[in-house]
Design a protein around this ligand. Structure first.
Ligand code: LMR
Length: 408
């Protein structure tokens, strides 16, 4: 084999810390296996459903579609307008009413392949527009954040997010890290439903973080993959509103994977909030160049589904009801699991009740996670990140018993 060969003497790359576990779960022949790994919504039967609003939108699309022509580089104008309305909707405002900064022309939105595409595009913009910047991510964070920074070639650092016992936010540590960062650096924050801890700042804590970020000249990137699954579609944007109130620039990486359950359609969006209209228009041109060199134009079908739903008041109302139902089922599982852990004598895990979204950390090490997999066919992510959406009335006592046996 020549030295130039792709396969000459290379060792394998590690498997993905989340989807690698899903692959192992799929390959496990034991019928009693339980998948609490990837952040996907499931019903009681373990199935990730197609939402009824999505089915109706698809029915209409199938009946009316006329072309599969390329989308514009930044996505269909109708879709990005609707996504802007969803991301920036204000409490009490009707859908589509725009905040003042939108009317000032400070917001541009691009359709990306999923939330991952949006984070990737945000990091590409950091690389192009702030070449000296480092990107700060919380410790812990979604493992793809540092991986994307590495792939783009932006140096990254981590900052504490929780107290050492991983029970609450360490606001002082976050503020100290912001103060220690170089002006011009970027911080990736989880807009709602922190992944993996489920520990979100309160609205007042978000304001403190946003004020510190603005004072230091930091660029906040909000990973908003779970909008609607914390406290509500509008409520979850309290983080974003805190940053907007300071007048600073913000990048928001949104996703329709979770709240529309459109995991395989790859619908996401990057919203750019710039200093003024001219800056927004200029940043948009750089985003389009980055997109053209990566995926060229976004995929069509999933975005058309989202546009169909958001544009129709009745369908949007139905979808909002489905988001509420998903959120309430996740929260119900969270409460029932904490109660089951307590009745198994696992100790005090009541702090999990204040968590938001699909995840919390149970604080299990690799050896404990391996035992859970090998002995009980229960699959969790590193540090015992549990996906409450994967639980059910039947699975809760089984998982609580198995976890309690490790924790006692
Ligand atoms: C997760 O964290 O499990 C999800 O966001 C899925 C993913 O892309 O990793």
């Amino acid at each position: 084999m020549s030295n130039g060969s792709l396969s000459a003497k290379i060792s394998s790359a590690p498997s993905d810390p989340i989807f690698g576990i899903v692959e192992a779960f799929r390959a496990d022949p034991r019928p009693e296996k339980i998948n609490l790994a990837a952040g996907v919504y499931m019903e009681e039967d373990g199935v990730t459903p197609i939402l009824a609003s999505v089915r109706e939108a698809e029915r209409r699309l199938l009946a009316n579609a006329t072309t599969k022509l390329y989308k514009p580089i930044g996505g269909d104008p109708a879709l990005v307008k609707l996504l802007r309305a969803l991301i920036f909707r204000e409490p009490g405002a009707p859908f589509g009413a725009l905040p003042a900064i939108a009317n000032e022309g400070r917001i541009e939105v691009l359709h990306t392949p999923g939330g991952t595409g949006a984070v990737r595009l945000a990091v590409e913009l950091v690389k192009r527009l702030r070449p000296q910047a480092e990107i700060w991510v919380s410790d812990p964070t979604w493992p793809n954040h540092p991986q994307i920074a590495d792939a783009v070639g932006v140096p990254h650092r981590s900052h504490p997010w929780t107290t050492a016992d991983v029970r609450s936010l360490d606001l002082d540590a976050v503020l100290q890290s912001i103060a220690a960062a170089k002006p011009g650096d970027a911080f990736i924050f989880h807009g709602a439903c922190h992944n993996p801890t489920g520990i979100d700042p309160t609205a007042a804590e978000w304001r403190a973080i946003a004020d510190a970020v603005a004072a230091r000249g930091i660029l906040p990137i909000l990973d908003f993959a779970y909008q609607g699954l914390g406290d509500g579609l509008v409520e979850d944007a309290a983080s974003l509103r805190a940053f907007l109130a300071t007048g600073c620039e913000v990048l928001v990486a949104a996703s329709a994977s979770k709240n529309f359950a459109l995991y395989d359609e790859r619908v996401g969006a990057l919203a750019i909030v710039a200093e003024d209209k001219e800056a927004a228009a200029a940043i948009l041109t750089h985003a389009k160049v980055a997109i053209r060199a990566a995926w060229s134009n976004p995929p069509g079908h999933g975005g058309e589904i989202v546009a169909e739903i958001l544009a129709d008041d009745a369908l949007r109302g139905q979808w909002e009801g489905e988001v509420t139902a998903m959120r309430e089922r996740i929260n119900g599982n969270r409460r029932a699991f904490v109660a089951a852990l307590a009745s198994e004598g696992a100790g005090d895990y009541s702090h999990l009740l204040t968590g938001r979204g699909m995840f919390s950390l149970l604080g299990l090490d690799d050896a404990q996670l391996k035992r859970l997999r090998d002995e009980q066919a229960i699959y969790l992510v590193a540090r015992g990140r549990i996906n409450f959406a994967g639980l059910s009335a039947v699975k809760i006592p089984i998982v609580a018993k198995a976890v309690a046996a490790l924790l006692r």
